[in-house]
Ligand binder design. Structure first.
Ligand code: UD1
Length: 422
């Protein structure tokens, strides 16, 4: 298993290109199942999660051709011959559940293994299933698989009222409803930019959808969808992660493709912590306003609130801030696994239930640490870049799920980040 060696110290200065959003791409790819015509995604990120989705779609009979080094995905689903998403692929990635809605909408039946993914809490799929039931699906859970059927071979429009906001369940519902017969209304829908991007792509394919970006989405099902070419939206989590690099290390970094509207709540916290974010023609330029950053309190919430996927990285910043910060995690119950690793580097963190109290220290110290999930792994790299001495982060396969060429991107700004192949 590879590890990452980081030599801490020194400012970061330069330019970092931000890739297309992993989470958007993972919901856009299953949209290929809704049409027999080609669907092409541009600005795709080059990540292992995308390869897992490619493998999953391939196992169903879809063709996914990776062009331009993986930045273009040319997909075609004219020959779907298998309607079972197997455990061996699905267990690697929770987003695999997103093939359920489209397969069911397309052919009236689907069998999908219950998913795996990052170990950040229970993460059930009950809301996905409730949404599909509201569209008339008949579901049965057997042997770890969801067996789904649409009576008469086609889903029908319905009312979906989510008891809590779920990004994935909203996406599955939109994908399925776009080919259902009649009108679907989704209430308490997720408002994330990745949902908006999915709707934009489906609209290019001929879907009739309104209200994306708000909590009520209305979908008028159509009989067929066509092909399209669609650019994947910028990855706001990769963006936020790299914006934190100069905040933690000093220096000035311009994140190419960055947009304030993707990271509004996050920018407010950076501002309160003493980090300036300036819009440029090419993206966002970030630097500390002066000296050490200040403590700030953070509560994670669904979009447009502070994203849970930036909580670990924000904690890395607050470890060396002046004062005491409280981070409250409201989306996932077990998402402070990076805290014990940061403590190994000298951080002062006290986790109590869904809260973590972080008292800033002057400097962190390099140590051997372990990546426990995707966002936790990058938070350790951020912390290590500002720490004294060397840090080795092991189990970096988590990192490769969500960050492309991390050593290169940070290295280009002067960081000493090196992959050690095992
Ligand atoms: C997506 C993102 C993930 C991000 C999360 C929250 C992808 C591929 N992943 O995950 O990076 O951290 O949004 O912004 O886009 N829940 C249920 N039942 C369900 C579904 C969810 O109880 O059927 C709960 C979850 O356990 C969690 C909360 O709802 O507590 C939000 O989860 P959800 O928004 O569904 O996250 P994902 O779509 O899995």
């Amino acid at each position: 298993m590879d590890s990452i060696l980081i030599r801490g110290g020194g400012e970061l200065n330069g330019v970092i290109p931000i890739a297309g959003a992993k989470n958007a791409c993972l919901t856009l790819m299953p949209a290929t199942l809704l049409t027999e015509e080609p669907l092409t995604l541009t600005n795709a990120p080059r990540l292992s999660d995308i390869r897992t989705m490619t493998q999953l779609l391939g196992s169903l009979g879809a063709e996914v051709v990776s062009l331009q080094g993986g930045q273009v995905l040319a997909m075609s689903s004219h020959n779907i011959h298998n309607h079972t998403a197997d455990y061996d692929i699905v267990r690697k990635m929770r987003a695999s559940i997103l093939v359920l809605g489209p397969m069911l909408a397309r052919d009236g039946h689907a069998v999908v293994s219950l998913p795996g993914g990052c170990a950040i809490g229970a993460r059930p799929v009950d809301l996905h299933l409730q949404a599909l039931e509201a569209l008339g699906a008949e579901l049965e859970l057997r042997d770890g698989y969801v067996h789904a059927k649409a009576p008469g071979g086609r889903l029908k429009g319905g009312m979906i009222d989510f008891p809590l906001v779920s990004v994935g369940a909203t996406e599955n519902a939109i994908l399925a409803a776009s080919l259902a017969k009649g009108t679907t209304t989704i209430k308490n829908a997720a408002r994330e930019p990745e949902i908006v991007d999915l709707v934009h792509c489906l609209r290019r394919m001929g879907a009739q959808i309104e209200g994306e970006g708000s909590s009520t989405i209305t979908i008028q099902g159509v009989d067929r969808l066509g092909g399209a070419t669609h650019p994947v939206v910028t990855d706001r989590i990769e963006l936020g992660t790299y914006m934190l690099a100069p905040a933690i290390c000093g220096g000035e970094v311009e994140c190419l493709g960055g947009r304030i509207d993707l990271v509004g709540a996050f920018c407010e916290k950076l501002d309160a912590a003493g980090v300036s974010v300036e819009e440029t023609e090419r993206g966002l330029k970030v630097k500390r306003k002066n000296g050490r950053v200040r403590a700030v309190d953070v509560v994670t919430e669904p979009f447009p609130g502070f994203p849970t996927d930036l909580q670990a990285q924000m904690m890395a910043l607050l470890c060396t801030a002046d004062g005491t910060s409280v981070l409250e995690e409201r989306i996932f119950e077990n998402r402070f696994m990076h805290a014990p690793e940061l403590i190994r580097m000298g951080a002062k963190i006290d986790v109590h239930g869904g809260h973590a109290t972080v008292t800033g220290v002057e400097t962190l110290k390099g140590a051997r640490v372990m990546a426990t999930d995707l966002r936790a792994s990058v938070s350790l790299i951020l912390a290590a870049m500002a720490a004294e001495g060397e840090t080795v982060v092991s189990r970096v396969y988590h990192l490769d799920r969500g960050y492309e060429r991390v050593e290169e991107k940070l290295g280009a700004c002067g960081a000493h980040v090196e992959r050690i192949a095992s």
